[in-house]
Design a binder for this molecule. Structure first.
Ligand code: T5A
Length: 213
């Protein structure tokens, strides 16, 4: 049985996930967790093969468009590689894994956004991950128009960021309905407030869930 803790931050584009992952890492350090016991991951990506898959997924191509089912399978190909070669070994070694997205994103983007059936996603999920779930998922909720404006300040848009607003509205609604259905393992943070307030919320969640406490 894994001994470490797997904490995942989820949410739409520009919701502040990277910013709050840095906060979680600071919290762990302040609570005596050494850097050698903190592993950060991102999805899709996080291993050499999964990073190659990430490039395909984010690539803006017009000549050979990726269909929704290919996108779904590539997400799980990358995830299988990451979970088996990085996340599970780290948890078995008693480490803290802090993930920038995990499989809730697939339900939201490929399910809500692309319209792939929940049943198909669940069957692939179960085949790849079985009963493996994060110990804690923090969902950063933000109006997608605000998140896209924040993300857009960085420059070139990737294949996902080029989607229309209604795609991201469906993504957000799916995240929120998953939160309603699984409040026991998903914590919600309102990401429309100033960074310091959001940071304080994150710390309060980590404390209440006895992460590193
Ligand atoms: N995807 C992923 C799927 O479709 N299915 C899947 O299964 C998975 C795993 C990944 C893409 O892949 C898709 C979803 C994504 O489209 P990515 O580059 O990892 O691509 O994209 P994001 O995860 O969306 O990363 P972003 O960098 O866009 O968003 P973050 O990390 O949420 O935002 P962050 O922290 O970089 O902040 C963005 C800006 O906002 C500011 C920050 O300073 C920064 O400038 N900010 C705030 N400003 C005001 N108030 C606050 N509270 C703020 N918090 C942050």
């Amino acid at each position: 049985m894994p001994k470490g803790r797997f904490i995942v931050v989820e949410g739409g584009e520009g919701a502040g996930k990277s910013t709050m992952i840095a906060e979680i890492v600071s919290y762990l350090r302040e609570h005596g967790v050494p850097d050698s016991a903190i592993v950060k991951t991102r999805e899709p990506g996080g291993t050499p093969i999964a990073e190659d898959i990430r490039k395909i997924l984010k690539d803006v191509r017009t000549d050979d468009r990726l269909c929704a089912e290919s996108e779904l399978l590539l997400m799980y190909a990358a995830r299988a590689q990451l979970v088996q070669t990085v996340i599970i070994p780290a948890l078995e070694a008693g480490q803290y894994v802090v993930g920038d997205r995990h499989d809730l994103s697939t339900l939201a983007y490929q399910g809500g956004g692309r319209g792939i059936s929940r049943q198909l996603i669940k069957s692939i999920r179960d085949a790849v991950l079985g009963d493996f779930y994060p110990d804690l998922t923090i969902l950063m909720d933000l109006d997608p128009a605000v998140g896209l404006a924040r993300a857009g300040k960085r420059g070139d848009l990737d294949r996902f960021e080029k989607e229309q607003l209604d795609f991201f509205v469906r993504v957000r609604n799916t995240f929120l309905s998953e939160y309603e259905a699984h409040r026991d393992r998903i914590s919600l943070v309102r990401a429309d407030r100033d960074i310091e307030t959001v940071r304080a919320d994150i710390r309060q969640i980590l404390e209440s869930k006895c992460i590193a406490g």
